[in-house]
Design a protein around this ligand. Structure first.
Ligand code: NVA
Length: 210
């Protein structure tokens, strides 16, 4: 808007992508009305269908696989605070989810070391981890790691990051996840192991106590 463009919002009540309307149809029709689409549609396959059929640029505004816009903003914040990205150590504590995926991919592209510390069964997607490692080889060198040992992971970290334990669409698992993620919280004790100048980021919503 500040650059002179116009936007309009289509929420679930207006369009019902994947429920009332086929994603391909929505993409083909919307692409004739607009110059670009920001798709915050949950299912990653819907973003991909939009990108294939809309004929205009499509930005992923959050999917169940990745959350690149969040991480672009995070990387900007980290660079503003630390003056650089390359060589910094970022440790993500919690669920190996969409945000963790984008932090691994984005961090690797800026030569950051990224470690995801998560409980068994909640690891990041294996394909994303190997893609991040390829990116780390290309843009790094840097290290992309997955571990269960939160305490060891945060030693000397420059940036700590965490997210909710149950993301959008996982509300039914919230109770089970509260048990499984015990210990995967950023506490003052954990923070004390990080670099004294470490910063803490959260993509929100923050659930205090998790
Ligand atoms: N992992 C969270 C991020 C919210 C910004 C979710 O997908 O709900």
């Amino acid at each position: 808007m500040e650059l002179g463009g116009n936007t309009f919002y289509l929420g679930p009540d207006e369009v019902g992508v994947g429920k009332r309307e086929d994603p391909k149809d929505v993409a083909e029709v919307l692409g004739r009305y607009v110059h670009g689409i920001m798709a915050r549609v949950f299912g990653h396959h819907i973003v991909e269908t939009f990108a294939e059929y809309a004929g205009v640029p499509v930005v992923n505004g959050l999917s169940d696989l990745t959350h690149p816009c969040q991480v672009l903003a995070d990387l900007q914040t980290i660079r503003e605070r630390k003056g650089r990205l390359a060589g910094l150590k970022l440790v993500y504590v919690g669920d190996g989810n969409n945000v963790a995926h984008s932090l691994m991919l984005g961090g690797a592209m800026f030569a950051m070391d990224v470690t995801v510390a998560c409980p068994e069964g909640y690891e990041p997607d294996a394909e994303i981890v190997s893609k991040a490692r390829e990116l780390a080889d290309t843009y790094g060198p840097s290290k992309i790691e997955v571990t269960r040992d939160v305490g060891a992971a945060v030693e000397g970290a420059d940036v700590l990051y965490t997210d909710v334990w149950a993301s959008m669409g996982e509300e039914a698992e919230a109770e089970e996840r509260r048990k499984r993620f015990k210990g995967y919280s950023i506490t003052m004790d954990l923070l004390a192991k990080a670099d004294p100048e470490a910063i803490v980021l959260h993509c929100l919503p923050a659930h205090y106590g998790e």
